[in-house]
Ligand binder design. Structure first.
Ligand SMILES: [Zn+2]
Length: 270
């Protein structure tokens, strides 16, 4: 093995389809950013995990791309039918032994520029969308969300509170003590800025953290925190701390890796 192979980035290619000289499905800010070779080098260097999977990224700036936003896993027929002008080029550049991710836009509610982090985050959205048509393929994504939703819900016992968490719809906004707890437990920038809006967004952020740093880092739930005029406390509990510091991050990492391994050779449209 050559030294070069050891440091090979998971992103094998970032290619561009459509017309990048004008705004179309991508806005000016992202179009300019993605046209800058330095930005591309930076994005490629950011994605590092899983080390043994390659990603083939295809960015499509075209009006027909606007019809395909956050679709998730698709087959080649979908590309041929749905992308009448750029489809042929897209199909030619697909790779059977890599995860193919087609970015048609960066219009997410995050409203942030297309960086390596947000691209990994948005891959989470594409996986999420695959649950309807390809539930078996992304089964462990659901397992991941169930795991930490149940663990969050269990915190009620420790704090002797009764905040509720909607287990059926994780896109509902986090509110009250739960919102505080999620943003306290997360360690990424969005959590530090208290910007995690709902449980799904937290999962996407953890996926990005894993893909970029190789691990997920969580804080243990605080011993006390202020909510409205009350101080909410829990007793010291080493096993609860360990659950959040070690068990949940390790388990989530396993789930993410399994989901990604299962997506090798597939096409996702974001
Ligand atoms: Zn998001």
């Amino acid at each position: 093995m050559f030294i070069k192979d050891l440091f090979e980035a998971p992103i094998s290619d970032i290619s561009f389809m459509g017309d990048w000289d004008k705004n179309s499905s991508f806005r000016q800010q992202d179009r300019k950013l993605l046209s800058n070779p330095k930005a591309i080098t930076k994005i490629k260097a950011m994605w590092k995990f899983p080390e043994d999977i390659n990603f083939n990224i295809i960015c499509v700036n075209h009006k027909e791309a606007k019809n395909h936003i956050e679709i998730g896993v698709v087959d080649q027929k979908y590309i041929a039918k749905g992308f009448t002008e750029t489809g042929e080029d897209i199909l030619k550049s697909l790779k059977g032994d890599e995860i193919n991710v087609i970015f048609t836009n960066n219009n997410g509610s995050e409203g942030v520029p297309m960086t390596g982090w947000i691209m990994a985050h948005r891959l989470g959205h594409a996986i999420q969308r695959s649950r309807w048509r390809y539930p078996k393929l992304v089964y462990y994504w659901d397992e991941a969300i169930q795991l930490y939703i149940d663990s969050l819900s269990n915190l009620n016992e420790h704090y002797n509170t009764n905040f509720s968490i909607n287990k059926r719809n994780q896109s509902l906004p986090l509110t009250g003590p739960l919102k505080y707890l999620v943003n306290h437990i997360g360690t990424m920038k969005s959590a530090r800025d208290a910007n995690i809006r709902n449980p799904y967004e937290f999962l996407h952020e953890m996926l990005a953290q894993y893909m970029i740093t190789g691990s997920i880092k969580l804080n243990p739930p605080p011993l006390s925190f202020k909510y409205r005029n009350a101080i909410i406390k829990r007793p010291e509990n080493e096993s609860l701390d360990d659950e959040w510091i070690y068990d949940i991050p390790h388990q989530l990492k396993d789930y993410f890796e399994t989901v990604l391994y299962n997506l090798v050779g597939k096409i996702l449209v974001m």
